[in-house]
Write a protein that binds this ligand. Sequence first.
Ligand SMILES: [Zn+2]
Length: 487
Amino acid sequence: MSYEEVVRLAQQRGFFFKTAESYPNSPAGFLDYGPLGVALRRRLVELWRRTIVKADGMLEIDGAQILPKAVFEASGHLASFTDPFVKCAKCGSVFRPDKLLEEKTGRTFPEKLSDPEYDKLMYESGVKCLKCGARLSGTSRFNMMFRVGIGPAAEEAYLRPETCQSIFVDFPLLFKTQRVKLPVGIAQVGRSFRNEIAPRQGLIRLRELNQAEVEVFFNPAKVDDPRFEWAQNETFSFRHPDGTDSKVTLGENVAKGIVPNKLVAHYLALMARFYVAAGVPAEGIRFRVLSAEDRAFYSRAAFDLEVKLSIGWVELVACNYRGDYDLGGHGRVSGTDFRVDDGGEKVLPHVFELSMGIDRSLYTVIELSMRGEGEKRVMTLRPYLSPVQAGLFPLVNKDGLQEAAKETAENLRESFDVFYDESGSIGKRYARADEVGVPVCITFDYDTLKDKTVTIRDRDTRQQERVPIAELANRLTALTRYPPMRR
Ligand SMILES: [Zn+2]
């Protein structure tokens, strides 16, 4: 199913849609979630929480979205969280030079070229304004943070461009008050804000985005904990900087130095496990190894967890070995000692980060779950991710069947998200439920009035089964239970 089809269906069924849709020229890069999208996102985040946060004994925080300027001085965002842009001399349209070059030449260009390097390439390839064909300016830089002013004096502050900075800043306090030891992961789910120059594919590049981030703090001298061993035997596809692919165990990649250590291998495997549990086929997941040129300067190793979609391989998680760059920087600028005790030794922990895009991941889960052609669409979501767990239908709208179905729906609503539907044929009602991933439909017929049983119809197998009403809650509980946290 194509990107456009998924987005259209998502809008029609109320998963997500463009912000301020009814206003012409409302800016790109913003998104509203509808009722089904909110429910799906909540369940997807809960699956992440169980698979990553709880399974690994991490802490979870929820930091403020506005942070003072000093935080972004220390993090390096003020100086270098910039994108290059060029401007049309005639119509004023703004473009990213790397994207223009990509379109013109069909090649990909590193994001980290200098402005003169972009200017030279732009000149050589003869790129002109895409809108009016006029000449373009030289490359300039645009800081992608949204600036805000606090109070009447408009004290300089910024909407966070990533959730992780509060995790770094809060680390000494959390380490002390939560009585934890290294290694420890600290997680956060929340909004981040990036003033992208020209966001195009709606859900893939947003200006206001949802992230689920994990920062793992560890002693770089202790990366061989026995609890990391399991991941050594896990096999994944890797895309290497030279364009070749390999599919070997993480243990083999640790031995080759492609994955820096066993701790990193453990977290890569945990992240992939989450996507498999979310319904992404294992063979559709790969880790792209970033070359030194493509990594941030402080990064010691970086992997993009990518998933194969209709629009190509899409990065869903940035997995980044950040060394002591973050804690070192915040220590220097704030004047606080960010070192902690590890078995009697004072260490400045290293950080391995798993930065997941929730909006992209939600899109991925929807696209990969869609089956069928034309009018008949089935969203084969894992039942524990389904926004609605059951539809309840009276076979006909008379003789007390409506009342029986409504009463059961009310009772089930206590513990589940269910809906009642009496309009149209049973076939139409099944189809509407299938299209939004409802795993079971429950039909009330004349036998229900005699023996208090109903028909349960399974979305994926289309099998029907007779079940007592008194059993429904147990059935739904079993069906929608999350997978076990540990294998
Ligand atoms: Zn122009």
